[in-house]
Design a protein around this ligand. Structure first.
Ligand code: BGC
Length: 763
């Protein structure tokens, strides 16, 4: 090569190299660059989440010793903290006084509102209106982020088929399709979209993967379920939330078939991260890394730390195991450093996505906080969503709605009608009791001044004291009409609040018997955080409204429904059994070789001493109006891979008042290589219809939504006939048809997680 040419080649090579060097420099992200500078202690510090307070005493633990820890880079996140100003001070210490200035993540359980408390999640699921759920989550996020928070531990998407489990109140009930829609709505609402962005409230989808399957409904208990049930029933809402961009996930406390989820490598790395491609932040549950010792899978804390880290639990909530014991484990086996680095990177990445490196103080605007908390439009939304959550279980003789013009006196009986705390339900975040409108207040405010409203507590669900019942009966007899509010108080459902009995608390049943025995017209309002067994009450009471725990606007919303300002249209997100002993009961069981038959002479899958149906079915809920379903049509008789069938139906309000109807689409694969459930929800839409109005709905279903988890461990769509029904509940199916899947092929994802598009047009 001539010298000149050699120089030129060398130059080009140098340029290429320097370009490559430049590109490499650019490719190093801020988290990666930071990681390179971090000491082992600082890395471990990022994995540490500490309690800044207790649930009821936020920030109470942030003392000098805590600040010293932050300065030393020993903390990545705090939970149970709040307030734009106090958290600004704490964040400043992290950003300005720690060596690397890495911001902290502030977290809280903002589950159904921050200050403006909405209905409990089970009640919001009863709206069957994901858009309402999304709006509530958005408002909660606006309030929480204005108060210094970056991160909520919601949505809880655990499917619950056993209502004895106290945490059924925190989720969307028994069905994976409904659960998936509600999960997606919450992630979108909290985060403001499906990617984490600066200023968002990061969602935590919890508790991965089958916490709701706790045996016997006893909280924290083992889940012992088949792989198919795990994949088809418990995991779909998690998949849907992962796809919706949930920034973080939380593990479950319990074990699945002997593998505690905090150490479940196959589930977290294998399913969530590898198969589903989710790369967010995985947080342990409260002390769940330490609990690996109790589970009997780790001999000591260092062993527990290694198991959890290996399973890809990035952050240790409160337990202090990573803080105290991970270092020695890594020093013992430096190969573990790689796992630690991955976890640190995932934590730093979400901090970056939330904008915390560039604008750490954007969550600390005190004026914004004052504006957001309990803003008037937030209260209005809470009232609207509370109305949507109520389920009219029974309304014999059209007792409801009540006509105020015909009333002279009303007796409101029951402790729960004037108890503020129970309206807030489990996880009240910063909800304030004094801001709750009670049912008694709501009813009083809604009635003309000349109607006399009297009230008596009767009996308290928390005690067996029946001494107040005679006075309540006397008062009831003195009035034209009785509104009786009975049920569970807030502390009878929620975490560690499993009950062996689903009957009304004994004092509540006694009160109901006495009041219904007066012969006065009685409307029963139920307050509860789980399906109850209400056989006797249902036989005796003409009208029952399920009000759950409705949040700050409970009283106004209840009055709107009682007096007909709003026609109830909520639907049960879980069946109500006839007795406690009938659970678990769910609508989507398999047919079995001997399908249940009402005829006791036949030997079928049933109890001999109970009817085969639940008391109130999944999807049940009445209205003040009536709706007619007609003109079912379908776009095709046969669908292949990737194609769709459009199923259309007309729904008409044939009653005399406006109201919502929840139109539900169910499917069944009647002949397959494995037995398939008798019914599965695959679409729904809550629509509003004025009297006489008709609307046409079109549900678009794909064959992939019929996939099942095959014995070979894959999603499989089998060729063959699929039956479908459109109806008003799982037990009130109004029209049906079928179509053919033309080709056996692989499914794409957990079938129940895939959304059905529903188009509504005027007709
Ligand atoms: C619960 C979680 C919750 C955490 C933090 C745990 O006891 O299981 O759902 O997010 O506490 O409060």
């Amino acid at each position: 090569m001539r010298p000149m040419r050699r120089v030129a080649v060398a130059c080009i090579a140098a340029v290429v190299l320097s370009c490559a060097g430049h590109a490499a420099a650019q490719a190093v992200s801020r988290p990666e660059a930071l990681l390179k500078k971090m000491t082992l202690d600082e890395k471990i510090g990022q994995l540490v989440q500490r309690a800044g307070g207790r649930q009821r005493a936020l920030n109470s633990r942030i003392d000098e010793a805590e600040l010293a820890r932050v300065r030393a880079g020993g903390v990545g996140s705090y939970l149970h903290v709040a307030g734009a100003e106090p958290l600004a001070k704490l964040q400043k210490v992290a950003v300005e006084e720690s060596r690397l200035g890495i911001p902290l993540l502030f977290a809280m359980d903002v589950v159904h509102g921050y200050r403006t408390i909405f209905p409990v999640p089970l009640a919001m699921a009863a709206t069957w209106a994901p858009e309402a759920q999304e709006r509530a989550a958005r408002i909660a996020a606006d309030e929480a982020t204005s108060a210094g928070l970056h991160w909520t531990f919601a949505p809880m998407v655990d499917i619950a088929r056993d209502p004895r489990w106290g945490r059924i109140v925190e989720g969307a009930g028994e069905d994976p399709y409904l659960g998936s829609r509600m999960a997606v709505a919450q992630v979108a609402g909290y985060q403001g979209g499906n990617t984490l962005r600066p200023g968002a409230l990061m969602a935590t989808t919890k508790h991965f993967g089958a916490y709701g399957a706790a045996v016997g409904g006893r909280d924290y208990n083992s889940a012992d379920i088949s792989e198919r049930t795990l994949q088809e029933v418990y995991l779909p809402p998690f998949y849907a939330a992962a796809r919706a961009g949930s920034g973080s996930f939380m593990v479950a406390f319990n074990d699945i078939a002997g593998v505690p989820t905090t150490a479940n490598r196959d589930l977290m790395r294998g399913v969530l991260r590898e198969r589903w491609g989710w790369q967010g932040l995985m947080v342990s549950d409260w002390g769940s890394v330490a609990e690996l010792l109790n589970h009997g899978v780790a001999a000591d804390r260092a062993g527990a730390a290694v198991l959890a880290l290996d399973a890809s639990v990035d952050m240790d909530m409160v337990g202090g195991v990573y803080a105290d014991d991970l270092k020695a484990a890594i020093e013992k086996d430096p190969a573990r450093l790689k796992l630690l680095d991955e976890a640190v990177l995932r934590i730093l990445r979400v901090k970056e996505q939330l904008g915390l490196f560039d604008r750490p103080m954007q969550y600390h605007d005190v004026e914004r906080e004052a504006r957001e908390l309990m803003a008037p439009d937030h209260r209005e939304a809470a009232r609207a969503i509370a109305r949507q959550s109520m389920v009219l279980l029974k309304n014999d003789g059209k007792v409801l709605p009540l006509n105020p013009a015909k009333l002279r006196s009303v007796a409101v009986i029951g402790v729960l009608a004037s108890e503020r705390r129970s309206s807030l339900g489990s996880w009240k975040a910063q909800g304030k009791e004094e801001e709750v409108v009670t049912v008694l207040e709501g009813i009083t405010a809604a009635l003309p001044k000349n109607v006399k409203v009297v009230a008596a507590p009767g009996a308290d669900p928390r005690t067996h004291d029946l001494s107040g019942i005679p006075a309540a009966v006397k008062l009831a007899k003195s009035a034209d009409l009785v509104v009786l509010m009975i049920g569970e108080d807030f502390d009878l459902s929620g975490e560690a609040r499993s009950r062996s009995s689903l009957e009304l608390p004994p004092s509540q049943l006694e009160l109901a018997r006495a009041i219904l025995g007066t012969g006065k017209p009685v409307v029963v309002l139920l307050a509860n955080g789980r399906p109850l067994a209400l056989q006797e009450l249902t036989e005796k009471a003409p009208a029952i409204v399920e009000t759950w725990m409705l949040g700050v606007e409970a009283g106004n919303a209840v009055a709107d429904v009682l007096f007909g300002k709003y026609s109830p249209a909520g639907r049960l997100p879980a069946a109500f059994p006839r007795t406690s002993a009938a659970v678990p009961f769910y609508y989507s069981g398999n047919p079995t070789g001997r399908p249940a038959d009402p005829d006791l002479a036949k030997d079928t899958v049933r109890y001999h001493d109970l009817p085969i149906t639940p008391l109130f079915a999944f999807g049940h809920g009445l209205s003040y109006s009536e709706f007619r379903y007609s003109d079912l049509a379908q776009s095709t008789q046969a669908v292949g891979p990737g194609e769709r069938v459009d199923i259309s139906i007309t729904v008409e309000n044939t009653g005399s008042v406006s109201g919502d109807e929840v139109v539900q689409l169910y499917v069944r694969d009647p002949v397959a290589s494995i037995s398939r459930p008798v019914l599965e929800l695959r679409g729904f839409k809550r629509i509003e219809l004025t009297a006489g109005q008709r609307k046409r709905l079109t549900f678009s279903v794909t064959p992939e939504q019929l996939a099942f988890w095959s014995p070979r461990g894959q999603w499989l769509v089998e060729a063959g006939r699929i039956d479908f029904w459109v109806g008003a509940s799982s037990a009130d199916l109004r029209a049906n048809g079928s179509f053919e899947i033309t080709k056996t092929h692989a499914g794409t994802a957990p079938a129940a997680a895939l959304p059905t598009r529903v188009v509504v047009s005027n007709n």
